[in-house]
Design a protein around this ligand. Structure first.
Ligand SMILES: NC(=O)c1ccc[n+]([C@@H]2O[C@H](COP(=O)([O-])OP(=O)(O)OC[C@H]3O[C@@H](n4cnc5c(N)ncnc54)[C@H](OP(=O)(O)O)[C@@H]3O)[C@@H](O)[C@H]2O)c1
Length: 299
């Protein structure tokens, strides 16, 4: 299959491209800059220059392919509504091109905030008032009724691995800056996690096999207690580990406090059953124990 991939230069996209290629697919990658074009260039990958803002580039990418993996996202906390709108417009553009073809459209979402006080499952739809991306996922799933084999992959908030530049490196940086690796309260609140190579396998399985209208969870570990994460960070940096109060969290963790205080376990039992997805790579704590997070990690 020839697969159009947006976000191919990103953390998940770059390994998803490799996974698609090794499964025998060809890739058409969207790149918005010379840097991104150079990053995605490899045998088996054609590059289309464009931007999420340029819907015509998205349409031509989708027309040139047998399926679409949409992983690009405008990650800017100060422009969350704009980012969600760009994403929705992109999904609608892909829907128009793929309508009636039964071709796959795989889009990205997250597991955070799906359910309060219990483990979220693929059946939880989330609240569009809590996050505008929930409506985008719904729009993608509704394309199933228009003859698109659409699916939504919800990633755990920590898609970890060597070279990570997401939430875990941010947490490490806060510990370095403050001189203490902190957790909030008893640190029993949990973060789901997935290694990025396992996440990439799930993206490829979604392209190959996900039935129209599927919601999938890229979650290898349902919930790693934040205390265990803080302890691993403390060991890695040789820093003391301490509990802080909820009131202190905003000052200690800044913008990250909102994420690190959340208890958001998520299951992937239905995904594993549906696609026989079996994560095989390191868990988050094992990955932290490897040491690569504590060198010059990230880009
Ligand atoms: N990683 C996680 O822990 C996690 C968790 C939950 C959900 N997700 C979701 O999974 C998807 C992939 O995440 P990621 O971690 O791979 O993100 P990432 O590393 O930040 O990569 C984002 C990708 O989007 C591209 N992009 C951003 N703005 C664009 C624009 N205006 N036009 C075209 N391309 C644009 C970037 O291109 P450049 O290289 O040119 O910047 C990059 O390829 C995203 O939808 C993300 O929200 C990720």
């Amino acid at each position: 299959m020839r697969v159009f991939v947006t976000g191919a230069s990103g953390w998940v996209g770059s390994v998803a491209v490799r996974e698609l290629l090794s499964a025998g697919h060809q890739v058409v990658a969207l790149a918005r800059s010379d840097r991104a074009a150079a990053a995605v260039a490899e045998p088996g990958v054609d590059v289309i220059r464009g931007d999420l803002d340029d819907l015509e580039s998205l349409r031509s990418g989708a027309k040139a392919a047998d399926g679409v993996v949409h992983l690009a996202y405008h990650h800017d906390f100060s422009q969350m509504d704009k980012a969600a709108r760009m994403d929705l417009d992109a999904i609608a553009a892909f829907g128009d091109v793929l309508e009636g073809t039964d071709r796959p459209l795989v889009i990205a979402a997250g597991t955070l905030g799906l359910a309060a006080d219990r483990t979220a499952t693929e059946r939880d739809t989330g609240d569009p008032r809590a996050h505008p991306r929930v409506a985008n996922a719904q729009a993608a799933l509704e394309l199933a009724a228009r003859g698109v084999r659409s699916s939504v992959v919800r990633f755990a908030p920590s898609v970890h691995g060597e070279g990570d530049y997401g939430l875990v490196p941010a947490l490490i940086e806060f510990a370095r800056t403050t001189g203490v690796s902190a957790y909030i309260g008893d640190g029993a609140n949990r973060w789901p996690a997935v290694h990025r190579l396992d996440a990439a396998t799930l993206v490829r399985l979604a392209v190959d096999e996900a039935p129209a209208g599927s919601t999938l969870h890229a979650v290898a570990e349902e919930g790693v207690p934040t205390r265990a994460i803080a302890e691993a960070v403390g060991r890695g940096l040789g820093l003391p580990v301490a509990s802080i109060s909820t009131e202190q969290a905003a000052e200690h963790f800044g913008w990250l406090g909102r994420f690190f205080s959340a208890d958001c376990p998520a299951s992937s039992a239905l995904t594993r059953e549906l696609l026989d997805w079996r994560p095989t790579h390191h868990g988050l704590i094992e990955d932290l124990e490897e040491g690569h997070y504590f060198g010059a990690a990230g880009r």
